[in-house]
Each structure stands twice: as C-alpha cells, then as structure tokens.
Design a protein around this ligand. Structure first.
Ligand code: FA5
Length: 336
C-alpha cells in the first residue's frame, strides 16, 4: 500500500471515530455507521478499488482496510452501548410518575374523633378494672326491651323511638336503640362478679339537630357484685369523668326513670360556662332484670349506666353542633 493511501485510510478512520463520537442518539449513530461501513459506505467503496492494484499491493491494502473496518466497527459498538444506556435512562425518566406533589398534598390521616373518644373511654374504664364487651346492632325485642323490664305494653318503649327491621313478626326485630341489651347478653353468659363496658352504635328515629343524630354511639357500663349500691355508682361516674375530662369537671345525678334500674338517675357534667350537660342515664339494676338473666338478686346487686359518646366528644372538643361529627368535612376533621 502506498504511503499516501495509508494516510488517507488513517484520516478516514479518524473522521469516522469523530463522527461516531458526535452521534447523539442511536439513529444518527446508525446513519454514521452506514456511511462508513454500510454497503455503500466509504470504507466498502475503497474495497472495490482494490481490484485495480497489483496482487502484492492488493493483499497489504486489503489487510489495512479490514483492520480499519474492524476498528470503526469496534468504535460503533462502544458508542452504541453508551447511547443505549442513555436512551434507557431517558425512557425511565420520562415514564416515571412524579408523586411528590400528591404526597405533599395528602397529609397523614388519623382516627375520627368519635373513635378517639371511644378508645380513650375504653382505656379509662380498663384502667378502672372493667373489661370491654360487645353485642349485635340488630336486636330482638327480648334483648332491646323485654329482658330490660320493658314489656310490650310499657309506655317507655315509645320513648326509645325505635327503628324496626322488616323481619319476622312486626316490631320483633330492630336496630338496637341503646347499648343496654349488652347488659342482658353479658349477664346471660357470664357468672358474676361482672365489670364490663360496652361501646357501640345505636339507632333511633330522632331527627338530626344540634344535639341529636339518628345513628349515634353509646357506652354501657355494668357492675354486678355483692353489696353494690348507689354510692358505688356515683363514685364510679365521678372517677371516670375526672379521668376523662380532668378533675375540674363536676358531676351530678338527677332523679329519673328507667324501667331497668331502681332508683334511676340522669347524670350531668359541668361545662366551662357553668351550665350542666346531660350525658346519660344510670341506676341500680332492677332485681327483675337480674332474674330475667338468671342471676339471684338476693345474692348479687349491681349498677348500670349508659351515655352518649358523640355528646361526650362534642363536650370534650367543644363543638357547637353534634352534626359536625358526621358531615365528613375533612377541613373540620383535620383539626383534631
Ligand atoms: C338510655 O339509652 C339508657 N339505656 C341509659 C341507661 C343505661 C340508663 C343503663 C340506666 C342504666 P337515654 O335514652 O337517656 O338512655 O340515652 C342515653 C344517652 O344517649 C343520652 O343521655 C345522650 O347522651 C345519648 N343519646 C340519646 N339519644 C341520642 C341521639 N339521638 N343523638 C345523640 N346522642 C343521643
């Protein structure tokens, strides 16, 4: 191979390397590759001129050309690897979902304030030695009324504004109108002494207003032991209110009437404005109710109470209206 031809070949390889390095994507690289080593490429073009050379020269020139072609091919392979990695990274980046905005927007959630109040109530009562009991939300007339000394003819049935379920004989199945049926279920299944609280959902035909909801929550308390009386009930309510609200909140019992307790009382707590707020009912368990549940009233006595958890949340978080609890306005709920 003549000197100037060899130099030309070197220059060609160098130009090919420069152009390959300058290719910014796989497509332009393929084009550069074609223009040097493709069928009509410059190096392949040179190959065709070999025929005009003397056999000896042809051999050396052919060899030099082959080396040039493989060195260009090697540079192409390297560059292709670099560009392919870059292309892959670019594709990944473009397909990536940017969720940072969403994450910033959605703040961490928390329990609803009625749930917070219920959990805290359970903690306070468990701390006082009670265990937590549960009962069904759909009840029979026996558990919701009769076992609690409210027979069918009793006027007190009307005061519970019951929502009946269309099942069996009319007015025999209902959404429980209070948590007191859990008293009955517990006494039927458990030997005294009994110290339970039963929180849960309750339902009445009440129209929603600032202090009423048609679906609300109560917590029932029941103690059955020997020598239990009204003083124990008053002391328990006072301890619980002190633990839940702080000892500056006072309690008072007002005489009232419930067919399942005798004597019965309504209990109120003092509000910061100096008023009293009715929280629930309570009393000494009627001997008839103990008998209905298979417990001998000559040996065992007890007290029971039931109050509204939603009302208690209203008081604790100083809300103006109980309906705030169920409006599901996240701006409101987030504050607690
Ligand atoms: C009862 O439901 C009795 N079972 C309570 C009881 C239990 C008495 C054990 C004696 C022994 P009353 O109907 O008063 O009682 O309801 C108790 C509490 O539930 C009320 O003081 C109130 O805090 C809450 N409550 C009643 N109706 C609603 C309502 N519609 N919305 C929100 N809270 C309510």
């Amino acid at each position: 191979m003549r000197q100037n031809e060899a130099m030309e070949l070197d220059a060609l390889v160098e130009r090919a390397s420069t152009e390959i390095a300058a290719a910014t994507d796989l497509e332009s690289l393929a084009e550069v590759e074609r223009s040097f080593v493709g069928k009509k490429g410059e190096l392949v073009g040179l190959k065709k001129t070999l025929g005009q050379l003397e056999p000896e020269e042809r051999k050396a020139a052919g060899q030099a050309l082959n080396e040039a072609m493989s060195s260009v091919a090697a540079v192409v392979v390297d560059r292709r690897a670099v560009l392919a990695t870059a292309a892959e990274a670019e594709q990944l980046a473009s397909e990536r979902l940017d969720l940072t905005e969403v994450i910033e927007e959605v703040k961490r959630g928390h329990l609803h304030l009625v749930t917070q109040a219920r959990d805290r109530l359970e903690d306070v009562f468990v701390g006082m030695g009670f265990t937590v009991a549960e009962g069904p939300e759909v009840e029979s007339a026996w558990y919701n009324f009769e076992a609690l000394n409210i027979p069918e003819w009793h006027p007190a049935r009307g005061s519970f504004d019951t929502i009946f379920v269309d099942l069996g004989e009319p007015e025999t199945t209902m959404l429980r109108s209070h948590t007191s049926p859990v008293q009955v279920r517990t006494m039927e299944n458990q030997e005294p002494p009994i110290y339970i609280v039963a929180p849960g959902r309750t339902f009445r035909t009440d129209t929603a207003d600032a202090t009423h909801l048609p679906a609300f929550n109560q917590i029932e308390g029941l103690v059955i032991d020997k020598g239990i009386g009204l003083g124990d009930l008053a002391g328990t309510i006072e301890s619980f209110v002190g633990a839940f609200f702080g000892h500056e909140v006072k309690t008072r019992l007002r005489p009232s009437y419930f067919p399942f307790t005798e004597p019965s009382a309504e209990f109120d707590i003092s509000t910061p404005s100096g008023d009293w707020l009715e929280l629930g009912g309570c009393g000494v368990v009627q001997p008839k109710v103990l008998e209905n549940c298979g417990i001998d009233p000559e040996i065992w006595q007890g007290f029971a109470f039931g109050f509204g958890i939603d009302r208690l949340a209203v008081m604790r978080y100083q809300l103006d209206d109980i309906r705030e609890l169920v409006n599901n306005d996240v701006r409101f709920l987030r504050q607690f």
